[in-house]
Design a protein around this ligand. Structure first.
Ligand code: FES
Ligand code: FE2
Length: 400
């Protein structure tokens, strides 16, 4: 099937891009944010409700009741499942109808009703769902390294919500140039790792490299003392995971000399899940294996200082102002104002080679899905410790 860039941002059921994403487990919620009430969540254009029944089982089923469509977001949780407030139909976590209180032949009618439901799994504090074609036999959920305990400490940030297309965020990680231009006066230009490595006057060189899990951008620069090459990588795991290797140094402000001596002790995964074509949510997981027991507190304090300076002129009513000085706000202003891929006019240059390569790989994966083949990275290799890593190396490599 011939796939164009315009297919990439479309995520709904039946779209080629949506069918591709449905081949993977997608993060749909965080355990700490799932309370004893139902939680409406839109995933890949489908309105769903996430809940934990009275027995502790987690379910992800259609938001609108199979009877006459009232929202189960307002349903009552019971031991056996969730009960619609309108006429009391009861559904279990698998979408099976258990009761229809006003039907005389409730049992047989109930048996005919099959409400939408998707398999879910819990891993390290996140909830993943599989919305693909083979519900009874989904691929294995990868043991993503920061979600598996291996001698460090974990932090899951509150879920973030964005009101633009997911791919704008994703492909931004294949575009390292923006780091020293857009972020050149925020965390990346602060006399520590940022200035040393990402200086706009002397930026690193970079190359996109295909990997088994997707691709990575390898940025590099000769070490100051001329001994070795300093490398900083950003990884893009298929279909929608990002890993940045240098958070410990850029935002945690660890001593850059430690990086040169030892490399990073930090993993920073971002799981992107499209709600629909115009919204996505992001689950961020950090895993730290270094010596500082209070590292996350330390990181939080450093991030708090990255507040945009409000130097707006009195007549400046631009809605996203102020933004300069905070990496996350800078990304939102630029990615959030791009139109959908395929609906914008672009002029790509040599510095867009990472983005060009990523789009091609994604088009191929979508096309493989449409042709009935297994798309890239649907099943991932574990390392000797049983972990699925996205490498994102940060440190010094010897001169080649
Ligand atoms: S609409 Fe849910 S029971 Fe009638
Ligand atoms: Fe950015």
């Amino acid at each position: 099937m011939s796939i164009t860039n315009a297919d990439i941002p479309r995520v709904g059921p039946g779209t080629p891009g949506g069918e591709w994403l449905r081949r993977y487990w997608m993060a749909v919620g965080a355990i700490d944010e799932l309370y004893d009430i139902p939680q409406a969540v839109k995933v890949l254009g489908e309105e769903l409700v996430l809940f934990r029944d009275g027995e502790g089982r987690i379910g992800l089923i259609g938001e609108h009741c199979a009877h006459r469509g009232a929202s189960l977001e307002y349903g009552d949780i019971e031991n056996a499942g969730i009960r619609c407030p309108y006429h009391g139909w009861l559904f279990d976590v698998n979408g099976k109808c258990l009761e229809q209180p006003s039907e005389v032949n409730g049992k047989s009618f109930c048996a005919k009703v099959r409400h939408v439901s998707y398999p879910v799994r819990e891993l390290g504090g996140l909830i993943f769902a599989y919305m693909g074609p083979d519900q009874d036999n989904p691929p294995p959920l990868p043991n993503y390294s920061p979600l598996i305990d291996h001698g460090g400490i974990r932090q899951i940030e509150p879920t973030r919500h964005f009101d633009y297309n997911w791919f704008n965020f994703y492909e931004n990680s294949a575009d390292p140039v923006h780091v020293w231009i857009l972020h050149g006066t925020s965390a990346y230009g602060d006399q520590t790792w940022g200035d040393r490595f990402f200086s706009a006057d002397d930026p690193p060189s970079f190359e996109p490299v295909e990997t088994p899990y997707g691709m990575k951008i390898v940025m590099s620069k000769p070490a100051v003392d001329g001994d070795g090459i300093v490398v900083d990588e950003m990884s893009l795991g298929f279909p929608s995971i990002l890993q940045v290797g240098d958070t410990e140094f850029v935002h945690g402000k660890e001593d850059p000399q430690k990086l040169v001596n030892k490399g990073s002790d930090f993993e920073h995964f971002m799981f992107l899940t499209p709600n629909d074509d115009d919204n996505f949510m992001m689950f961020t997981v950090d895993y730290y294996t270094g010596p500082d027991d209070n590292f996350f507190q330390h990181l939080k304090e450093m991030r708090k200082r990255e507040i945009p300076e409000d130097d707006r002129k009195p007549y400046d009513k631009r809605p996203l102002m102020p933004f300069r000085g905070n990496v996350r706000a800078e990304d939102i202003v630029t990615q959030g104002t791009q139109k959908l891929l395929g609906e914008r006019r672009e002029h790509l240059g040599t510095s867009d080679r990472g983005v060009i390569m990523l789009r091609k790989m994604v088009r191929n994966a979508i096309s493989d899905t449409a042709d009935g083949k297994e798309p890239k990275a649907m099943v991932l290799e574990e390392n000797a410790e049983g972990l699925v890593k996205l490498d994102s190396f940060v440190g010094v490599r010897p001169n080649i």
